[in-house]
Design a protein around this ligand. Sequence first.
Ligand SMILES: Nc1ncnc2c1ncn2[C@@H]1O[C@H](COP(=O)(O)OP(=O)(O)OP(=O)(O)O)[C@@H](O)[C@H]1O
Ligand SMILES: [Mg+2]
Length: 434
Amino acid sequence: MGRGSRTEGAAALFGQELRRLRQHRGLSLRGLSKVIGFTPGYLSKVENGRPPSPELARACDDNLEAGGALVALANAEASVRPAQLPAGIRRFVGRGDQLRLLDNSDARAVIIDGPPGTGKTMLALRWGHHAVDRFPDGQLYIDLRGHSPHERPVEPRVALEEFLSALGVPANGIPSGLERCSALFRSLVADRKLLVVLDNAASSEQVRPLLPAAPGCVVVMTSRERLSSIAVQSDALRVTLGPMTPADSIALIRRVIGEERAAVEPEAVTDLAARCGFLPLALRIAAERVLAQPHYLVRDLVEQLDVDGRLDVLTTFDSVAVRTVFDWSYRRLDDDCARMFRLLGLHRGPHISTGAAAALAGLTMAAARTLLDRLAAAHLVKAAGRDRYQLHDLLREYAGELVAADERGPAVTRMVTWYQGDRLRRRPRAGALP
Ligand SMILES: Nc1ncnc2c1ncn2[C@@H]1O[C@H](COP(=O)(O)OP(=O)(O)OP(=O)(O)O)[C@@H](O)[C@H]1O
Ligand SMILES: [Mg+2]
């Protein structure tokens, strides 16, 4: 049974793509039939979902110059149900108005925009998990890495390759060229009910080729940009995030530090929320800092927070220097952790491995892992898989500014040497020596 429905699904995909390529060429069924030597009736059945013979798939592929895509689709596992939404939305609080707006909307495109660290990604993931049942054909997710001044945003073509492969298209079935990838993606999702999350998008240009344009699909984009041209083109629902409400900010802190402790000092918790400018990223870091010091009064900790920070690059809202919150957590780190954190500011790229971090700091893997895990506990870095870590770009900028002149050179040299060695280690050895 399972095998049967899989074959049927794959055949339907083949049929859709065949029709698209044929029409793109301006060929009628009869026209194609003449070129490839199969009857128009048979071709029509295949376009409507009958499994193609290998000979037909090959002939169509060659004549329509599909570059192997049709042959691969004829063999594809079409019943794959992608489930790419990252798990682990822990301790999510608030954003009730926005969640309701999303729930009640029937828009097929949503743009969640707003300044850094306001919780755009968290909201998209939270709503995605909440709404999974609306999307029986699954979810596609990609972090487009559009935010960092030091990293290149993900190329749309690379994103499409990931989506196509998540949809069951084998590697040799992925067409060359952005437009053809994009067209294949659209035809594969045309009849499905899928959620597509395009997280941390850089620009309208980056997301345009990734839009499903299918009635059963919803695409949720998050970005620090407004993505104005996409908003118009896709008639998107816009949800703009700013600081949290004071009540939600307090709830966030309480969730992290525990109800008991918060209940003893409600005013100090309120003050802490205000000092964080109600910015979720800052609230989370500050709350973890309080959590890590169970023997202090929250009030004493708040008083340590110097509110006199001036507006600077790290200021996200007019009323608050986010830097102050970062300083406050940074100053509490022990020397080894603080040094590791500073040096991470020298690393470019979306993730850092434990190996690269160890090289950067001149430590063993085990020692580096311990420090990275402690930084993760303070919410200053994020664990992003086994031996992989991530730094929010506001924090990386901040860390980079703290690196002392005399530690910069040696650390960079160690890291570059490590990366060169890593490249050699990864190179296939077969044939290297006679
Ligand atoms: N609703 C929420 N409940 C609890 N914590 C939250 C919430 N929103 C955000 N946070 C915290 O703030 C941090 C930053 O959130 P998130 O990464 O979603 O922000 P963003 O707006 O996507 O930032 P960027 O512009 O860098 O992409 C999260 O790691 C999380 O700790
Ligand atoms: Mg984000």
